[in-house]
Write a protein that binds this ligand. Structure first.
Ligand code: PMP
Length: 367
């Protein structure tokens, strides 16, 4: 067992030393929820969306959120490694009660556990995978990311037993989702996925794909898909944070289309990879914060540009003194360059200053 550092109830400790009582309600009842968040080069992917889903799951099982979003970020950050892609597993249970009783115990703290694992690229990405279909036998709150996963486990194992990577679940004749993934199909040239409901987990990967489809003019529909319609599907995909977008090339021993990942999958997978990379780049910075940073802006010399720039900078760096401002006229005297030296605290702060400066009509250029 890899003895990595994990987080348990306020402490960072080696995995081998992380212990939970047998009276923990997660152990006794599966009374808890979890999240899985990818981290690319140390950047948590769609962190706010994952935390929002965590909050929804907690509300769904009537368990108070023990931390603010900022605290969650602080708790998880030390587990991340900037040199690799990883995923965080975060679990919260209703804690350790003094006796086994179905009803909620009073006044006990939840158990919070988080660990990070290396994200290994899915081996079958370029060939696609085989899947089986099964009647969905899970419970009525599949929108909650509950640790109680027996239904999902039995479905996935049935697929594995038949040499397949995933089980596609069917309820009342409609395609629902995979045992551990959401599902998409290309039918009559349109990308379709089942709508959100209590029957499916609202996948973050699913939402990102729909957003990317919208931005890239790929026609899509969120609508109920009769399982029979898959006969005419030119492509089927399953999506999740850890496997990303995987084409299903064989369903119930029959090839999907020509039995190879299709063109829409290829396009979307490429768009998804570029999008991931762009997020990493946009968060990356060459500066170590806090640091001294020269904010520069240029505009016409016939207005009080120094006053304007200082006012804008102070919106995001209120402590800046008036003597931090330097001005320089262009040779012909028509333009003025303003430099304000600030104590920058984050890239977000610098981005906000840059945005406000470039939004102002009197600022012709900002650096
Ligand atoms: N549905 C189920 C049942 C899942 O377990 C998962 C995650 N493994 C998903 C959908 C996909 O969700 P996400 O894209 O947020 O990983």
């Amino acid at each position: 067992m890899e003895n990595k550092t994990v987080y348990l109830n306020g402490h960072y400790l080696p995995l081998s030393e992380a212990k939970v009582s047998v009276l923990d309600r997660g152990f006794l009842f599966g009374d808890g929820i979890y999240e899985v968040m990818p981290s690319y080069s140390g950047h948590l992917f769609h962190f706010q969306d994952h935390i929002q889903r965590l909050e929804n799951s907690l509300a769904g099982i009537r368990l108070d959120n023990p931390h603010t979003r900022e605290q969650w970020q602080e708790i998880l950050s030390p587990l991340l490694d900037r040199s690799i892609d990883q995923y965080i597993y975060l679990q919260i249970t209703r804690g350790v009660a003094s006796k086994r009783d179905h009803a909620f115990p009073d006044g006990i703290p939840p158990t919070v556990f988080a660990m990070c694992s290396k994200m290994v690229p899915f081996a079958g990405l370029n060939q696609g995978v085989k899947a089986i279909s099964m009647d969905d036998t899970r419970w009525g709150f599949c929108n909650i990311k509950a640790i109680t996963l027996l239904g999902n486990i039995l479905h996935r194992q049935a697929a594995v037993d038949q040499g397949c990577a995933e089980a596609l679940l069917v309820k009342d004749g409609y395609l629902i989702e995979g045992a551990a993934s959401n599902v998409f199909a290309v039918i009559d040239g349109v990308l379709c996925t089942p709508p959100k409901s209590n029957d499916i987990l609202p996948g973050i990967t699913r939402d990102v794909i729909l957003e990317l489809a919208r931005k890239n003019d790929i026609t899509y529909r969120e609508e109920k898909i009769p399982f029979a319609a898959l006969e005419n599907a030119s492509e089927i995909w399953v999506t999740s944070s850890t496997r990303e977008i995987i084409a299903v090339v064989e369903l119930d021993s029959k090839p999907v289309s020509d039995g190879k990942p299709g063109p829409v999958w290829k396009t979307m997978n490429q768009i998804f990879q570029v999008y991931k990379q762009s997020l990493i780049m946009s968060e990356q910075t060459f500066f170590e914060f806090p640091c001294e940073f020269p904010v520069k802006a240029m505009g016409k010399a016939d207005i009080e540009l120094d006053v304007l720039v200082l006012e804008i900078v102070r919106r995001h760096a209120p402590d800046v003194k008036a003597d931090a401002v330097k001005t320089r006229l262009s040779k012909d005297g028509n333009f003025i360059a303003i430099t304000v030296i600030i104590e920058a605290t984050s890239k977000k702060q610098l981005d906000a200053i840059y945005q406000d400066l470039t939004d102002h009509p009197d600022v012709k250029m900002a650096l």
